[in-house]
Design a protein around this ligand. Sequence first.
Ligand code: ZN
Length: 179
Amino acid sequence: MAVQPIRLFPDPVLRTPAAPVETFDKELRRLVKDLTETMVDAPGAGLAAPQIGVSLRVFTYWVDDELGHLVNPDLDLSEDVQDGEEGCLSVPGMAFDTRRARSVVARGMNMHGEPVVISGSDLLARCVQHETDHLDGIIFIDRLDAEGRKEAMRQIRQAEWFADQAIAVSPHPISSRWL
Ligand code: ZN
């Protein structure tokens, strides 16, 4: 079983721009396998490597029964846009209306280092944009307007997973000197 724990907002790895993959080796193939298994287990429509703590430019997707992955993606976006609900496995249990390009052409490589092109619209296009954002340290709530972001932050602060996490990583060290 290679299902990995999914990092939650505001884990710093989610804010770190990921490095391009330079070596197409066994490690990379294992990463793609881990991402795929973790995404399917969640289940999610997409998962980016930083979400399992690996800062490399790799994501997987699972849209319309098609499982795939892309390494070092480079996107061409349509001018035509789509509005619709979007969520994130790193911000669990929430969805917000997020504007995205309607369609996308994504160029990159597969895990064997061969060039691939993924063209899609609607959900696949949304997924590819969302996951590529993760590789740039961008979380989908950054794409909301000011009001949407405020509402998203309000819901996040109230979420149980966020509170549990805040307790686990309290920045205040416990010391008998500080009362
Ligand atoms: Zn996400």
